[in-house]
Design a protein around this ligand. Structure first.
Ligand SMILES: Nc1nc2c(c(=O)[nH]1)N[C@H]1C(S)=C(S)[C@@H](COP(=O)(O)O)O[C@H]1N2
Ligand SMILES: [Mo]
Length: 165
């Protein structure tokens, strides 16, 4: 499945994923397409993300079964909740958000996990790591779900599409 070919049918990573993490970024393009429940699409850049409230979450560990853990890191960026509240009508009806990378890796987040502050550990679209811009290798813009500590299935690097449904 490629992100470009992402349709609104259920993606294969909802039930599993290709577990070897991809070390190579698909491209330098940081443009993110946000698709709203009505189908309207919007192009977002890192500058768009930077214009929204900045949140940091310390002590984040990227944990992977089979190939070790890294961290702890302090990730910085905009919460997914803040991003959605900037672009979604207040009365929008939605259940989940798919966050998909340029290399076709993705995670589905339920509305409750997006809206939950989780004691200061909310889901983030991170563009900073330990005070510096996220490198191309580290994902450029990366979904960080700080409370996922047993796996890294939601820690999506090279975010290319955000689809609200
Ligand atoms: N875009 C993208 N994000 C991804 C993956 C991937 O293959 N592509 N692999 C996931 C998996 S399975 C793991 S273990 C971690 C690895 O993160 P790291 O490269 O920072 O160690 O990234 C996650 N995010
Ligand atoms: Mo993994």
């Amino acid at each position: 499945m490629s992100a470009v070919g992402y349709t609104h049918a259920e993606p294969d990573w909802v039930h599993g994923h290709p577990h070897e993490p991809n070390p190579a970024p698909p491209s330098d393009d940081v443009t993110i397409t946000l698709t709203l429940p009505g189908g309207q699409a919007q192009r977002l850049t890192v500058e768009t993300l930077q214009s929204l409230p900045f949140t940091t979450v310390p002590d984040c560990t990227i944990v992977s079964t089979g190939h070790g853990a890294s961290g702890p890191f302090t990730f910085g960026g905009v919460t997914l909740q803040a991003l959605l509240s900037a672009f979604l009508p207040v009365d929008a009806n939605w259940q989940f958000v798919d966050v998909v990378s340029g290399d076709g890796f993705g995670a589905r987040l339920q509305r409750e996990e997006v809206l939950d502050d989780a004691g200061g550990r909310p889901v983030l679209l991170a563009y900073m790591l330990d005070g510096a811009a996220l490198s191309r290798e580290a994902g450029l813009v990366r979904l960080i779900a700080p409370i996922e500590t047993d796996d890294a299935l939601k820690q999506v690097k090279w975010v290319a599409q955000i689809v609200v449904k």
